[in-house]
Design a protein. Structure first.
Length: 53
């Protein structure tokens, strides 16, 4: 999931450089959402590991 976040971030940066503001904004929004989902899943996995041990 972190891989897809970085892919959309690169797409947003390239689109912003080329002047495509709409595509850049959409790609940046998707990257933010994917990063937040990644963080939530990562925190849940850390919590679940500590309970088992």
């Amino acid at each position: 999931m972190l891989h897809w976040t970085l892919v959309f971030l690169v797409i947003a940066i390239v689109a912003a450089i080329l002047g495509f503001a709409g595509i850049a904004g959409a790609a940046a929004g998707i990257a933010k959402i994917l990063f937040l989902v990644f963080l939530v899943i990562w925190i849940i996995s850390l919590i679940s590991r500590r309970r088992v041990v």
